[in-house]
Write a protein of this length. Structure first.
Length: 448
């Protein structure tokens, strides 16, 4: 069958220019090859795959999931994954944890931590620098999530990682990460996100120096774009702004290490070759990236706040309609124009649990004490809201149109209760005075 020219052409790893190219469209079925003729046309599994490659399907959903939610990709690789999944030995998982985890002994309270320190740590790569802050749900039952922080002072070199428990949403906070995956290469800088689906092997490299960032590990159904409802057909995160990598591969026969996480246990295997050997692929189950500055915010042009759900970028639904297993929500640059309205976020007691971080700038509800790299956790039914300074400013300022600029905060929100880990309780710097930010709020009630 004649090879078709509309297939997107990638390159062998190491042959690319610095300007990476991508394929746009959230959840699209993409077709890409790094060598001419590598992708079979008109069939998935020919008797002999082109160029002596092996055909392999990677399924993100059961075969019988309805077509509009079915996720799978066909990979054409130098060696099949069965050659990558042998000789595993269990190793210490370090500070990496998976739900269910009942390590934490922290109080029922508002919680806040400073950034995970980077300069005090020894030389390490992504695998050794992963730490878990909180978990919820049950990975084996594919419910819930975990909040992690990653740090690294060097690239992974001849080491790769694969997570069998959940997809990983990367939120870089310090410097860019270069994610070299089976499907190709993604470059994510602070202000971007990148998502690595469950079961995809990758290597994390440091093109700009030491890195730090946040990860949401989603045990549930894969992230999707939220429904817009009355908003209509446009705004929020638009499908065309999500980018997928062109095929890129390694044909390397030096020794490599593969680390796999399964139900919270960490395994390691020694390989005589690189597992990132996919020469061509097609499908809709693949890593992707998104520039959060392309999120088209909406808001009130009269009075009062809309609910913060209007800032949802991606969602993983739960079994309960309208309730998220995980929502990924951002608070980016935006205009505030509401009249006779307290513009900072309101005081709140929520049935959902909220893990928040700051990528850069100042978060308007906590203008002091919440720095880039920091984290807060407000579990279900724990009250929270603007601190004293934000309340006083929001209550007294002249209400002119106001632009919030140079800010990016985010939230991992879930219907489950997040349980902090022992690391978060003992090794990480917790702000013991966090609740004091509300201590200056005084009675103002008067009658007559």
């Amino acid at each position: 069958m004649q090879h078709e020219e509309h297939i997107m052409r990638g390159a062998r790893l190491g042959d690319q220019t610095d300007a990476l190219r991508y394929m746009p469209g959230f959840g699209n079925t993409h077709s890409t090859e790094a060598e001419p003729g590598a992708l079979p046309i008109g069939r998935n599994s020919p008797q002999r795959a082109p160029l002596g490659l092996y055909a392999e399907v990677l399924s993100g959903t059961a075969f019988t999931v309805p077509r509009d939610r079915n996720q799978r990709s066909w990979l054409y690789r130098i060696l099949p994954s069965v050659r990558h999944a042998v000789g595993f030995e269990e190793i210490d998982a370090g500070h990496l944890r998976t739900a269910p985890s009942d390590e934490g002994q922290l109080p029922f309270a508002q919680l806040r931590w400073g950034p995970v320190p980077l300069d005090a740590q020894t030389d390490h790569d992504f695998v050794d620098g992963l730490v878990t802050i909180a978990t919820c749900g049950h990975a084996a039952s594919q419910t819930g999530m975990a909040s992690h922080v990653y740090t690294a002072t060097r690239s992974m070199a001849q080491r790769c990682f694969m997570n069998a428990d959940g997809e990983m949403l990367f939120v870089p906070e310090m410097n860019a990460v270069r994610l070299v995956t089976e499907f190709g290469v993604l470059l994510a800088r602070p202000g971007d996100i990148a998502v690595i689906p469950r079961g995809v092997k990758f290597r994390l490299e440091l093109p700009e120096g030491p890195v730090r960032g946040y990860i949401c590990e989603n045990y549930g159904g894969a992230f999707r774009l939220p429904e817009r409802g009355p908003i209509g057909a446009n705004h929020l995160a638009n499908d065309r702004d999500f980018l997928y990598p062109l095929a890129a591969y390694e044909d390397r026969t030096e020794p490599h290490e593969l680390f796999c996480k399964k139900q919270g246990r960490m395994f390691r295997a020694e390989l005589p070759h690189s597992p990132l050997d996919v020469v061509a692929w097609h499908g809709n189950y693949a890593p992707y990236k998104y520039d959060l500055r392309r999120f088209a915010t909406i808001g009130s042009i009269s009075f009062d706040h809309p609910d913060p759900s209007i800032f949802t970028v991606l969602t993983s639904p739960s079994a309960s309609e309208g309730t998220a297993n995980v929502d990924f929500v951002i608070f980016p640059d935006r205009w505030l124009v509401m009249e006779d309205t307290f513009r900072p976020p309101w005081y709140h007691v929520n049935v959902m649990s909220e893990f928040m971080g700051l990528v850069y700038g100042v978060y308007d509800a906590k203008p002091g004490g919440f720095v880039p790299g920091a984290m807060s956790l407000h579990n279900a039914m724990i009250p929270h809201g603007p601190d004293q300074n934000a309340f006083e400013g929001g209550s007294s300022k002249t209400l002119e149109p106001e632009k919030l600029s140079g800010t990016l905060a985010f939230m991992f929100e879930t219907c489950f209760t997040l349980e902090p880990t022992r690391f978060a309780a003992t090794a990480l710097s917790r702000d013991e005075t966090y609740a004091d930010c509300w201590s200056g709020l005084r009675r103002q009630f008067s009658v007559g």
